[in-house]
Design a binder for this molecule. Structure first.
Ligand code: ZN
Length: 703
């Protein structure tokens, strides 16, 4: 039994009649519903696939260009129509803040970007009036549950409504799904409504408070936005960006030695690489040259099985698409969604790394074999596994969907280059999960100087059997050869080299890194993370530059204000706490009303605190927006921030202090005068932007 009726009653008082009938077996077939049934899909393409799965020749009608489908049999008429994503939005008529009263209204009334949804809503309204039953057949996740529910609630009757659950748009799965319609999934609906309400309350109240503060300070109206998930994410990017911009590269040294044994040459590296001081590295090099040989002290030969990775969930797919093809998470998500609507892959917005238990793997493989690129791979896989198809799976699960897999349906029209790239990744990954592990032998040789003062390491790597790497070649380790060596062997030193490098700043963030971080701290959802990242760009808080992601003055300004006055809003803690509460709704441990009430209390307190500082906040923000000319500016010519100390803004001052403080460490590593140190910092690519700014400024002042 899938439904615990008593718990469900707690969340939503229900009508007797229809759902009770269904209670007996837990599901009902769409063809058992007598009369007219309205099926609501999330998008037009999905509605077409559903209609074609339910009947060979559904009658097609159009309303203002939007197709809908009718299927009749002796006792029922099924009408399949479509939403266009969200048709409703939260809205308030109240101005000012705090605002705690709101309602769902048609999105086109208040959002210009949603004007195209008016016709969809009109059509659904007209069809709803004619129908006795309603089926929410939107994508089976929280958003889909909310989209369908709001339509049924406003235009139909939720007491006579059902949910279709499916993970791909393959006809057989759709047919199975409509023969087992479930009651509305109130746990997902309630969790989804709660998430929307929290996001709305947070966004509108804090944003309005900030905009009001700017207005009071400058008399200008602006658009600013902060969000429950958006703001901690922005703060993370700002923190990481600052670390980079304030980075002082320090010299470090590594010793490498070219060795020879029986005419074969190979390289070994000092075990303690890198070392801080140049003098120490040079001492090692001198000693090596004077001895002229090393002795093999130890050999570690490790033969290991390198297992295939699990099937894709959305973030793993986004990660690989970024790594291999440089696609942004949003791009990957959009492309995967297109492939899903073509029924080529299962539902992509999933966290699961497990394949569905009942899936006929062999049937899918044989269908994929009809695609030229995969035919020989599939034959090889079937031979290699002797037809025993047991997938490797990961830990992560998703209550709504399995991992992403190819359905085996063949593309009906040519895929675009990017679509093909994503499809290929998914197919290859699917093949790889059944393949045997790769067998790799790694040899680590430890060599020492004659009196054991220093030890060196050389590694060799041989791929003995490629296993899954044949199907998914994007993780192939590089093979490296070593000559045959035994313990006690004496190996000739051919050449010694001391390399200088510099400590690196943390790597520049990519969108996928931000997404991974959000995932790791548990904020946002599979469906929303990529979108929230894009919003930070749309709002002008982040910018894409030639070299990667950068934070704008406005982005820094917002985080400055948040950190100073409302650290709670920038912290992950508060957001994560509410995410956990939303999870509790799904698990039927809590009610939406209770959580929304709690959120209102938190916001009320934040706003009270805010009002005490609003003048200061307004000034800070309007300066970072360039609305109010700053009376004096940071001495760095390109900087518009106001001075904090010594004529420099906060960040440049911080950079200057670092430059001063790090000199002694630099000098300890490699002797250099202060002037040489500055010249080097000015030149090095690894130097943080703010550090370089102040170094140039200091050098210029010294001229
Ligand atoms: Zn500055």
């Amino acid at each position: 039994m899938l439904i615990q009726w008593d718990n469900l009653m707690l969340i939503q008082p229900r009508d007797e009649s229809y759902q009770f009938k269904l209670h007996d077996k837990g599901f009902i077939s769409i063809w058992e519903l007598k009369g007219k049934v309205l099926v609501i899909a999330e998008k037009p393409k999905a509605s077409k696939r559903i209609a074609l799965a339910l009947a060979q020749n559904p009658t097609v009608y159009r309303y203002k260009g939007i197709p809908y489908y009718e299927i009749r049999n002796a006792t029922s008429t099924v009408i399949v129509a479509s939403a266009a994503g969200h048709l409703y939005e939260l809205h308030t008529d109240a101005s000012g803040y705090p605002v705690f009263e709101y309602k769902w209204i048609p999105a086109y009334l208040v959002n210009d970007e949603k004007s195209h949804t008016k016709a969809y809503l009109e059509l659904l309204e007209m069809l709803s009036k004619r129908c006795n039953y309603y089926v929410n057949a939107c994508d089976y996740d929280i958003e889909g549950s909310v989209i369908g529910y709001l339509i049924i609630k406003h235009l139909g009757d939720e007491r006579r409504a059902f949910r279709a659950k499916f993970s791909s748009l393959v006809p057989s799965e759709l047919r199975a799904s409509f023969s087992r319609l479930m009651p509305l999934d109130y746990d997902m609906i309630e969790a989804g409504l709660c998430r929307h309400e929290l996001d709305w309350l947070w966004g509108i109240n804090i944003s309005r408070a900030l905009m009001r503060a700017v207005f009071k300070s400058t008399g200008r109206r602006t658009t600013l936005s902060v969000g429950r998930v958006q703001t901690p994410t922005l703060k993370y990017v700002v923190d990481k960006t600052l670390e980079r911009k304030l980075h002082i590269p320090l010299p470090q040294f590594s010793v490498h030695v070219l060795l020879e044994k029986d005419g074969a040459r190979f390289v070994a590296d000092l075990s303690t690489n890198p070392i801080a001081r140049k003098a120490d590295a040079e001492a090692v090099a001198r000693l090596l040259s004077s001895h002229g040989y090393l002795v093999v002290k130890d050999l570690h030969i490790e033969r290991y099985r390198y297992s295939p990775p699990p099937p894709f969930n959305l973030s793993d797919l986004q990660e690989e698409a970024a790594r291999i093809y440089g696609l942004s998470p949003m791009e990957t998500q959009n492309i995967a969604e297109q492939l899903y609507l073509e029924a080529l892959i299962s539902y992509p917005r999933t966290n699961s790394q497990k394949l569905p238990p009942g899936l006929n793997y062999k049937e899918i493989l044989l269908k994929l074999a009809q695609i030229k690129d995969y035919s020989s791979l599939v034959s090889r896989l079937i031979a290699e596994t002797k037809g025993i198809l047991k997938p490797v799976e990961g830990e992560k699960e998703d209550p709504a969907h399995p991992a992403i897999y190819p359905t085996g349906l063949l593309p009906q029209k040519p895929l675009s280059k990017k679509q093909h790239a994503i499809y290929d990744l998914i197919v290859r990954r699917f093949l790889a999960v059944f393949a045997p592990p790769a067998i790799i032998t790694r040899t680590k040789v430890i060599l020492v100087t004659p009196r054991h003062e220093y030890s060196f390491e050389a590694t060799g790597l041989v791929i003995e059997s490629p296993g899954w790497l044949t199907y998914y070649p994007f993780h192939k380790p590089e093979a490296r050869m070593l000559p045959y060596l035994r313990q006690g062997d004496v190996v000739k030193v051919v050449k010694v080299k001391v390399n200088r490098s510099y400590t690196k700043p943390p790597p520049r963030l990519r969108k996928i890194d931000i997404l991974r971080w959000m995932e790791s701290v548990g904020i946002g959802t599979e469906s929303t993370r990529a979108l929230i990242i894009e919003k930070l760009f749309e709002r002008g808080y982040l910018a894409s530059t030639r070299t990667g992601i950068d934070v704008t003055d406005l982005g820094f300004g917002i985080v400055d204000v948040i950190e100073k006055f409302f650290p709670e809003l920038g912290s992950v803690e508060l957001t994560r706490r509410f995410e956990a509460l939303i999870e509790d709704i799904m698990k039927r441990r809590r009610l939406r009303e209770e959580i929304v009430q709690g959120a209102k209390e938190v916001i009320r307190k934040l706003i009270e605190k805010f009002d005490m500082y609003s003048i200061e906040v307004g000034k800070m923000l309007s300066r970072s927006m360039g609305l109010e000319p700053v009376t004096s500016k940071c001495n760095i010519p390109s900087c518009r921030r106001e001075p904090y100390a010594n004529g420099l803004c906060k960040y440049h001052y911080q950079a200057l202090e670092l430059v001063k403080n790090m000199y002694s460490e630099w000098k300890n590593r490699e002797n250099a005068s202060f002037a040489e140190y500055l010249a080097k910092l000015a030149k090095l690519k690894l130097t943080g932007d703010y550090v370089r700014d102040v170094v140039k400024y200091v050098l210029k002042a010294g001229d």
